[in-house]
Design a protein around this ligand. Sequence first.
Ligand code: NDP
Ligand code: VSD
Length: 346
Amino acid sequence: MAASDSLNNWGIITIAAVIVLVLPSIIMFSRADKFDVKGKTVLITGASEGMGKSVAIQLAQKGANIIIVSRNVGRLEEALAEIKASAANPSNQRFQYISADLSEPDGNARVIAEAIAWNKGQAPDIVWCIAGAAVPGLFIETSPEIMRRQMEVNFFSCNDMAHAILNEWLAPGSVGKGNTRHLVFTSSVAGLYTIAGYAPYSPSKAAIKSLSDTLAQEMLLYGDDVKIHTVFPGSISSPGLERENKTKPEITLLLEEADKNYTPDETAVAAISGLERGDYLVTVSFLGSLMRATAWGPSTKNNYFVDTAMTWLSSIVNIFVAIDLNSKVKAYGKKHGHPSTYPKKA
Ligand SMILES: NC(=O)C1=CN([C@@H]2O[C@H](COP(=O)(O)OP(=O)(O)OC[C@H]3O[C@@H](n4cnc5c(N)ncnc54)[C@H](OP(=O)(O)O)[C@@H]3O)[C@@H](O)[C@H]2O)C=CC1
Ligand SMILES: CCCCCCCCCCCCCCCC(=O)[C@@H](N)CO
C-alpha cells in the first residue's frame, strides 16, 4: 500500500470520527438546558395568580427554591401551598412569599433585602418579573393618572427590580465566578405590535424591551455572568384578562381576536422552554413570533437565520394585516359614530 493511500485512510477515519463524535456533542451542546433551575433560588414577581403562579409551579417541579412576590397576602399563602405541593424534592426545596407593592420605588429594594436574608445571605440566582396589569381604554377617555400608574405597575416594577438585583449580582466581589444569573422581564406582544385601545398599556410594555436591550449590552462590561431575557406572551386566559376585559373597548376585543388565548400553564411551558433554549427575546406562539419579527430592530436575535427569514416573511404578511386592522377600525367608527356615544362598559 502506498504512503498516500494510508494517509487517505487516516483522513477518512478522522472525518468519520469527527462526524460520529463531535457532531452529536455539538447538537447535544446546543440542546443543553440554558436555564437550569435545579437547586437554584428563583424569585418570581406576580406569582400569586395567572402566568406567574404557573411559572412558579413548573420551576418547583424542576427542583428550584421559590420566592413569590405580590401584594395580597391571602392569595400569596394559597399560591405558596400549591407551589410547595409541586416540589420535585420537598425535603430539599425551600419556599417563601414576600408581600410588596412593586410599583413603589422602595418596594423592590426591600424585596431583594428580605429575599437575601431568607436565602442564607445569598442573592437569588434568578429573578423573573411577571407582576403587571392592563387597563385598556381609548386614549382621550383615559385619565393621565391611569397612564402614569400603568407605567409604574408594568415598567417601573421591572426597572426598579433590575436596579435592586443587579446591584447585588454585579458588586465587585460577586462577578467573574462562573455563577450564571438570569434576569427575566415579562412584556407582551402588545409591546411589539400595538392596537387601538392599548395606549395606556402598550408603551409601558414597549419600554421594557428598550430597557432589556440596554441592559443586555451593559452586562458585557461585567463579563458574562448575568443573562437578560424578555418574554412576550400573547393573550393569557388569566384572572388579569378577566379584569381588563371589563373595561376593554369593543374595538380592541375585535382587533385582538386573531391572537388566541393560551392558559397560564401553556404560556409558562412555552416561556420556560424558550429560556431553556437560551433565547433572548422569548415568544410563546407562532403569531407572537411574527409580531416579534416586525419589531426586532437592532435587538440580538435568537437565531440569525431563522429570525431574519421571519423578518422578511412578516414584512410581507404585515402589509395585509395592517390594511385589515385599519379597515376594521375605520368600519367600526363609521358604524358606531363618535366614540363619546359608545355605551360605557364599567
Ligand atoms: N393576560 C394577558 O392577556 C397578558 C398578560 N401579559 C403580562 O403577563 C404578566 C402576567 O399576566 P397575567 O397572568 O394576566 O397576570 P394576573 O393579572 O392574573 O396576575 C398578576 C399578578 O401580579 C401581581 N401584581 C399586580 N400588581 C402588582 C403590584 N403593584 N405589586 C406587586 N404585585 C402585583 C398580582 O397580585 P396582587 O394583585 O395581589 O398584587 C398577581 O399575582 C403581566 O405582566 C401581564 O401584563 C402579557 C400579555 C398578555
Ligand atoms: C405580521 C404580524 C401579524 C400580527 C397580527 C396581529 C393582530 C393583532 C394582535 C394584537 C394582540 C395583542 C394582545 C395583547 C395581550 C395583552 O397584553 C393584554 N391582554 C394585556 O394583558
